[in-house]
Design a protein around this ligand. Structure first.
Ligand SMILES: [Zn+2]
Length: 453
């Protein structure tokens, strides 16, 4: 059974499953108002790796991840651009899914949108007021954090020390600095929905508790997100569930930050924290490899140097796949000992750095065996390497030498997408990028074909 660190208990413990053979998980998705950055990419990759591993083990995974499509930041951007919040949210959601596809993240089982759940949120807020866990102020409805006995569980602090550390705004009328808005009454011109307290919109923390319980039911198995969400976002979700008498997530999993290398580089590159930018500059698989090489609770450092290093490691894996292509096939049974080691590493709080060591050590062993002409010994181990890479979502290309490398194939795919969307300026610029790297671009019936010039 897989063991994972649980933020609520502060220890690594078995992931208890509500139903055998199934894991239900909710991962907080993006607020869609701008381009996804590396932090978004990391949480998406960490939970994608967990999901894929569970699936590889034969577990059915119900993976819910929301889209926050109503938020102050969306409203502000729409006002700045002279467009509507709906338009802003729609555009940046498209960009989000495009970026997720590029880094190979599987689409969620369900992707609930906040605006589709407003009625349920209004019901919850009304219920919390009735239970004495929420109160009405001039600008909205607030949750009373003192109504939950163990408030602060996910912050690993008690209410008193959280209150002492909280920032207090001058115009705050809340009873306590840790109290938070459940419902914000609308100002003129803001998007608004009817409620018994007047037109307004839900607070962010209310959205996730309502959608996770609706789609996964009480006591679902795992709730996850970046470590910056543990407090206050997840704590506030949990507090509403507790105050509403619901059993909430059984396990809380949070991933570490992304660190972008030295100040000098950040300054000279400006937008290096942009996920699409990283995929443009390097093999789009490189970020997954960097994420796998770090433990999910540790920071991962992303720089041009580390991404280039990861890209070279991927080239070695591709070369390996080509070399072993002849000796492995569907009939080759992967080496059981290697798969056992893989399982043991993953079950121990997702030791993906250990898994990557296992992969690259095995690659060297297979190469040595093949150098010695020992194909029979090499085949099962090679098949195990390919099996593990597949389970981690690392797409290894076994294409023959001279075939199109991943970066170029990605540019060609994006050119086809741009043409389909009739964005010919972008399509032309992508063609120029492909040609600049020494490739010939041809239009065929099946889309862009490229070959070395
Ligand atoms: Zn959330």
């Amino acid at each position: 059974m897989i063991r994972l660190f649980d933020t609520a208990t502060g220890e690594v413990r078995p992931l208890r499953q509500r139903r055998e053979g199934e894991v239900s998980m909710y991962v907080c998705g993006p607020t869609v108002y701008g381009p996804p950055h590396l932090g978004h990419g990391r949480f998406a990759l960490v939970f994608d790796v967990l999901r894929r591993y569970l699936m590889w083990c034969g577990t059915e995974v119900v993976y819910v991840s929301n889209i926050t499509d109503v938020d102050d930041k969306i409203i502000d951007r729409a006002a700045r651009e002279g467009t509507s919040p709906e338009e802003v949210a729609r555009h940046w959601e498209d960009v989000w899914w495009g970026a997720m596809d590029r880094i190979g993240v599987l689409r969620p089982t369900a992707d609930p949108h906040a605006t589709a759940y407003i009625d349920d949120m209004v019901t919850l807020v009304g219920d919390l007021i009735e239970r004495g866990a929420a109160y009405v102020l001039a600008d909205g409805i607030y949750f009373d954090t003192s109504s939950v006995a163990d408030y602060g569980l996910l912050a690993r602090q008690d209410l008193e020390s959280l209150q002492a550390g909280a920032r207090v705004d001058v115009d705050d009328t809340k009873r306590s600095p840790t109290d938070f808005a459940l419902w914000k009454l609308a100002k003129v011109g803001e998007p608004a929905w009817d409620s018994p307290w007047g037109p307004g919109r839900p607070g962010w923390h209310t959205e996730c508790v309502v959608m996770s319980l609706d789609l996964l039911g009480p006591g679902f198995d795992l709730h996850g997100g970046g470590q910056d969400l543990a407090f206050p976002h997840h704590e506030n979700e949990r507090a509403q569930a507790v105050a509403g008498g619901e059993t909430f997530a059984g396990h809380w999993m949070h991933n570490g930050f992304v660190e972008v290398a030295g100040e000098k580089m950040a300054k000279s590159l400006g937008n290096f924290t942009d996920l699409a930018d990283l995929c443009d500059r390097h093999d789009p698989r490189a970020f997954r490899l960097l994420v796998l090489r770090s433990h999910y609770r540790s920071p991962v450092e992303v720089s041009d140097t580390s991404a280039a290093d990861a890209s070279r490691a991927l080239e070695r894996l591709d070369a390996f796949a080509r070399r072993v292509g002849e000796i492995t096939g569907a009939a080759t049974v992967p080496d059981p000992a290697t798969l056992d080691s893989f399982r043991a590493l993953m079950d121990d709080d997702l030791d993906t750095p250990g898994v990557m060591d296992l992969v690259f050590t095995s690659v060297r062993r297979v190469n040595a065996m093949l150098d010695d002409g020992d194909r029979d010994a090499a085949a099962p181990l090679a098949a195990a390497v390919l099996e593990v890479c597949g389970a981690m979502g690392l797409d290894v290309h076994a294409a023959a030498d001279g075939d199109v490398p991943a970066v170029m194939a990605d540019l060609a795919r994006r050119r086809d997408e741009a043409r389909a969307a009739r964005d010919f300026a972008l399509a032309d610029s992508l063609r120029d990028q492909i040609q600049a790297q020494g490739w010939v671009v041809e239009d065929t019936a099946t889309g862009t074909a490229i070959r070395r010039s």
